[in-house]
Design a protein around this ligand. Structure first.
Ligand SMILES: [Zn+2]
Length: 43
């Protein structure tokens, strides 16, 4: 599995999970989760 924002490979230790609109998304950190969320909203 990879970070949905930057593509970094995720391990059990660095996986950051966030639920958006009822769906789970996986990132390497909260920054990527924020960027992903902002990107979706802006476009
Ligand atoms: Zn990332």
């Amino acid at each position: 599995m990879n970070c949905e924002e930057c593509g970094m490979e995720l391990t059990e230790e660095n996986t950051y999970r966030r639920v958006m609109q009822g769906a789970e998304h996986y990132f390497c950190c909260s920054d990527c989760a924020d960027s992903y969320q902002k990107g979706k909203g802006a476009n």
